[in-house]
Design a protein around this ligand. Structure first.
Ligand code: FES
Length: 167
C-alpha cells in the first residue's frame, strides 16, 4: 500500500523517470537549471497534455524555483496549457495580414462548426481553439495551424473538410 502510494506520487503527482531524464538533458545544456524551465514545461506537457498545478509545482521543485515564478513563465506563453485541452489544438492567426484577408469569417465559421470561441474546447473534446500571432506565411493569409499542420489561403468553405481529417 505504502509502495503504491509512493509510485503514485512519483508518476502522477511528481515527475516520472522519463520526464526527469528529458529535463536533466535540457538542464545539461544551460548554465543553471531555471534556464531550462520552458523546455521542462514542454516536456511535461507533451507527456500529459497540459500543465496541472501539481505538475507545475513538481517542475518548479525540480528546477529549484518557486511555483509562482514558474507559473508566470507558463502563463506568458500561450502554448503552455494550464488547463486541459482538446485532442487537437487549432491556432488561428489573428495578425494583420490574416485579419485583412478574412480571419474573422474563418473565426465565425469555426465558432459555428465547433460551437466554441477562443480559449474553449469543443464539447466532444476534439478541438481547442486559440488565437495566435503571425504564423509566418502572411503572403498566404489567412492561415491556421492544427497541431503541426499549417493551412494557408484558407477559404471558409474548406474548413469542414479540414476539420474532418481530425475526427
Ligand atoms: S499575419 Fe497571419 S500568417 Fe502572418
Amino acid at each position: 500500500m505504502k509502495e503504491d502510494l509512493e509510485n503514485k506520487n512519483t508518476t502522477t503527482v511528481g515527475l516520472n523517470e522519463q520526464e526527469r531524464t528529458a529535463i536533466d538533458h535540457e538542464v545539461s545544456l544551460v548554465p543553471y537549471p531555471k534556464a531550462a524551465c520552458i523546455e521542462a514545461l514542454k516536456i511535461v506537457q507533451n507527456n500529459r497534455g497540459w500543465i496541472s498545478d501539481e505538475a507545475l509545482s513538481a517542475i518548479a521543485l525540480y528546477l529549484n524555483m518557486s511555483a509562482a515564478e514558474l507559473d508566470s513563465v507558463a502563463t506568458f506563453y500561450n502554448l503552455i496549457f494550464r488547463k486541459p485541452v482538446g485532442q487537437h489544438i487549432i491556432l488561428l492567426c489573428d495578425s494583420i495580414s490574416c485579419w485583412v484577408m478574412g480571419y474573422r469569417v474563418l473565426y465565425n465559421e469555426l465558432n459555428k462548426q465547433l460551437n466554441i470561441q477562443f480559449g474553449e474546447t469543443s464539447p466532444d473534446g476534439m478541438f481547442t481553439l486559440l488565437p495566435n500571432a503571425c504564423l509566418g506565411c502572411c503572403d498566404h493569409a489567412p492561415a491556421m495551424l492544427i497541431d503541426d499542420d499549417l493551412y494557408r489561403d484558407i477559404k471558409p468553405n474548406e474548413l469542414e473538410s479540414i476539420l474532418k481529417k481530425y475526427n
